[in-house]
Design a protein around this ligand. Structure first.
Ligand code: GLC
Length: 724
């Protein structure tokens, strides 16, 4: 009897009790039931409004409609929220919850790219840490700051493979390799969403810019991209598949024209690939005004046609072009756009809102800033990420700096805090950052540290005081680089060289006869062929965020052994661009097909990075009999043959030298691992090769194939040849 009663009691709990509330408001119902119930109650006008995103909290940009709450429609689907606290956001949410007929919450988006208030190393620098677990932790800290400040949805990670450093947005992604963008993008997704989308420690991720934006012709932003289907699949779509599989709930459609069909009207990428092939059920938001830009791109004659093209292709939400709110109702009414297309877009928006728990918890707790920002563990992560991402490009032995009593610190980035934050610094402020000069003063308490700017970031200034200081010193630390707004959106440059005045300052200091350590703070690879011969050492700091100074100083003193490696090639000259490691092979070898006026080799290749110790790679060995039919392992022993403990990243590449379906790159990175190796000790690194994942390639239709034949596995300077 008891068992019967207990069973009955359990059954009762499972039956959704009619609470008198409409089904979509019942959190105990399955998500899809709630979506369908709500959709069935919505008018066409209400459906259309869910597919629009405006802005809130900022009115200092001609593109933004900085409105206060009363002027925004209560039925709106989403806003980009520029505030850094929940008050205004909650006021707008209250309007949506209480003044709209169905009380559908807004979703609040924002560009929390590499930190919301605590600003971390830029993404390109993060990739040079080769530590995805650390990036995941950073994104989790960042998600917590953002969600507790009113943001439910971040427009991040940017996973656009980029091989042209003239394109300023190279700063925002993870470099030139598809696999690296996929690994760090997936780590970011886990960081952002890992606490669970209903949690106040999570935000929805948004993969961008879908797809191929990094292929912008001649490095100019927003322009045409010529992308063949095999390249589309193996280079540009590749990281997106990894990140969709990691659970990202949204994507942002891109500006660029993809070989004749713009990214924000491309049915093939947005529907046939993303929905049909990959089964993605989240939402796609357009990039800013990208629907309207279909007109400029010559794809549509007016905004009505552009709206029809975008919604039909698979762009669910229109960011700021005001096409959907203006024309979608009539497009459905006239039959040009089937209601089913709008319904499916609305389902995707509602699905993400349900997953975020916004119907149950539409408001953000209004906590004090000190409870939301700069938590100790976030600051520690900022320091560690800055330290592990800096790349020692050159060192003639001058580093680490030891036994000096006079240090001259010079340059436009030496006593500069703002430009260390990088582009898309969100709510980060210069006052939050530590200047390199301060870090050096703290790091070398027994030395006398003096400072002269020498020139401003444009290279203008009188060098004499700086040269005098160099003469006084035992060593010069010259901090060169870019302003934070020299990279990021709409910052394309025809040359990736630093301003000539900065180079002249180096020449003048070098003439003073003292060793010069050059530090670089920049958002893209630079042309360094005139700097390299003059510098005794070159340390790439990227744009390291608020705690870069301690990391830089720690590397200068040797307290930190640098472990960063380049995730993007540094050309010898701008004229070599595009230049990247995983290029296809040439029909000519040796002296043919290379430049006649300069070297055809990069100055610093992908994977380059020095340490204060040395590592020796043993002969890699296969464990067991490798075959295409099952995973197999390859191992290599790496020995730290120096006197300092060091972190080493082992990069594993494969090559399929002869492929009849489509030619493949000279080599392809397929795995990496970073470990600490104590001085004198050895560590074994293992690559578990799964042929079904690591050895194959995608044809122009996205079909994965693995050919029998010769393969190579490269690790360090070693190469294993396999017949599989
Ligand atoms: C911008 C950028 C995109 C950003 C969006 C919202 O134009 O292209 O990366 O997320 O607008 O700010």
């Amino acid at each position: 009897m008891k068992k019967f009663l207990l069973t009955g009691l359990i059954a009762l709990c499972l039956v959704p009790v009619s609470t008198g509330k409409p089904a979509y408001k019942n959190p105990r119902l399955p998500e899809e039931k709630r979506v369908e119930d709500l959709l069935s109650r919505m008018t066409l006008a209400e459906k259309v409004m869910q597919l629009n995103q405006y802005t809130l909290g900022r009115n200092d940009n001609v593109n933004n409609i900085g409105e206060v709450v009363g002027k925004l429609p209560a039925e709106l689907g989403s806003v980009i929220y520029f505030g850094s606290d929940p008050v205004l956001r909650n006021a707008m949410q209250k309007r949506a919850m209480e003044e709209s007929r169905l009380g559908i919450p807004l979703i609040f988006g924002y560009d929390d790219i590499h930190g919301f208030k605590t600003v971390y190393q830029i993404s390109l620098g993060q990739a040079c840490s080769w530590n995805p677990a650390l990036v995941e932790k950073m994104c989790a800290h960042s998600a917590r700051e953002a969600r507790r400040s009113g943001i439910d949805w971040t427009f991040s990670p940017m996973i656009d493979v980029a091989r042209d450093p003239r394109w300023g947005r190279v700063a925002e992604g993870y470099g030139e390799d598809p696999y690296v963008n996929g690994v760090f993008g997936a780590a970011s997704v886990r960081g952002y969403q890992g606490a669970g989308l209903r949690s106040l420690d999570a935000v929805a991720a948004c993969l961008k810019h879908y797809v191929g934006y990094g292929a912008s012709e001649a490095g100019r932003d927003y322009v045409y991209t010529e992308i063949s289907r095999p390249t589309l699949w193996n280079v540009y779509l590749y990281p997106y598949k990894m990140c969709v599989d990691a659970g990202a709930v949204s994507l942002m459609s891109s500006f660029n024209d993809i070989s004749g069909v713009p990214g924000s009207a491309n049915h093939y990428t947005l529907s046939e690939v993303l929905r049909d092939a990959w089964g993605f059920d989240g939402l796609v938001v357009s990039d800013w005004d990208a629907v309207r830009q279909l007109i400029n791109q010559g794809y549509c004659k007016d905004l009505e046609e552009a709206s029809e093209a975008a919604i039909t292709a698979g762009v669910d939400m229109d960011m700021m072009s005001h096409g959907y709110d203006t024309y979608l109702g009539d497009l459905v009414g006239s039959g040009k756009v089937p209601l089913s297309v709008v319904d499916e877009a609305v389902r995707r928006v509602l699905r993400v809102k349900f997953r975020l728990g916004l119907f149950e918890n539409p408001y953000t707790p209004e906590e004090a800033p000190e409870k939301r920002f700069f938590l100790p563990e976030a600051l520690e992560t900022a320091s560690q990420l800055a330290a592990e991402s800096m790349v020692l490009l050159k060192n003639d032995g001058v580093l680490p700096v030891k036994d000096v009593s006079r240090i001259a610190v010079v340059g436009p980035l030496a006593n500069n805090r703002l430009d260390l934050l990088g582009n898309w610094k969100a709510h980060g402020e210069a006052a939050d950052a530590d200047a390199f000069l301060s870090g050096i003063e703290r790091e070398f308490p027994s030395a006398e540290v003096r400072y002269e700017e020498g020139c401003n970031v444009r290279g203008e200034g009188d060098f004499s005081a700086a040269v005098e200081l160099a003469r006084w010193s035992d060593v010069v630390v010259l901090c060169l680089g870019e302003m934070l707004n020299w990279s990021g959106e709409n910052t394309s440059r025809s040359s990736i060289a630093l301003p000539a005045g900065q180079e002249r300052l180096l020449e003048a200091l070098k003439a003073a006869g003292k060793p010069v350590v050059v530090t670089l703070t920049n958002g893209r690879p630079l042309e360094l062929n005139r700097i390299e011969p003059l510098a005794n050492a070159i340390l790439e700091t990227w744009q390291p965020g608020i705690n870069g100074a301690g990391a830089l100083a720690g590397i200068l003193s040797g307290r930190i052994n640098p472990s960063g490696k380049l995730a993007i090639t540094f050309p010898w000259s701008t004229g070599q661009i595009p230049i990247y490691y995983n290029r296809h092979k040439s029909g000519r070898r040796g002296t043919q097909g290379i430049y006649k006026d300069i070297t055809s080799d990069p100055l610093y290749p992908f994977g380059h990075g020095l340490s204060y110790t040395t590592f020796e790679y043993g002969e890699p060995v296969c464990v067991g009999a490798p075959s295409l039919g099952a995973p197999f392992k390859v191992e290599v022993k790496v020995t730290n043959t120096g006197a300092a403990d060091g972190l080493e990243t082992v990069l594993w590449y494969i090559s399929d030298p002869y492929c009849r379906v489509v030619t493949r790159p000279e080599k392809e990175l397929k795995y990496f691992e970073k470990k600490l190796i104590k001085a004198g000790a050895s560590e074994t690194f293992v690559f578990e090769v799964d042929p079904a994942r690591d050895l194959g390639y995608l044809d122009g239709a996205g079909r994965y194939f693995v050919e029998a034949g010769e393969y190579h596995i490269f690790v360090g300077d070693k190469d294993i040849k396999l017949q599989l």
